[in-house]
Ligand binder design. Structure first.
Ligand code: SF4
Length: 63
């Protein structure tokens, strides 16, 4: 298993590991930026739209 596979994924940066880019976080589970996006209906809808688009492109690239 690669080292990258063990890293928690950033929910906001599709396909990228959490880089602890926010101050005082230990991972996505206590990231206030993630919490903010997921608690706001409009931001969450935009996140979901972007993620669906990324998944579609990601699948296309793998085939
Ligand atoms: S700290 Fe938060 S925004 Fe930054 S990479 Fe990790 S989960 Fe994503």
């Amino acid at each position: 298993m690669s080292k990258r596979a063990n890293l928690p994924q950033c929910p906001l940066r599709y396909g990228e590991p959490c880089t602890l880019c926010q101050a005082f976080v230990t991972g996505p589970e206590d990231c206030q930026t993630v919490a903010l996006v997921m608690s706001d209906p409009e931001l969450k809808a935009e996140w979901a739209r972007g993620r669906a688009e990324w998944m579609k492109e990601h699948r296309k690239a793998r085939t």
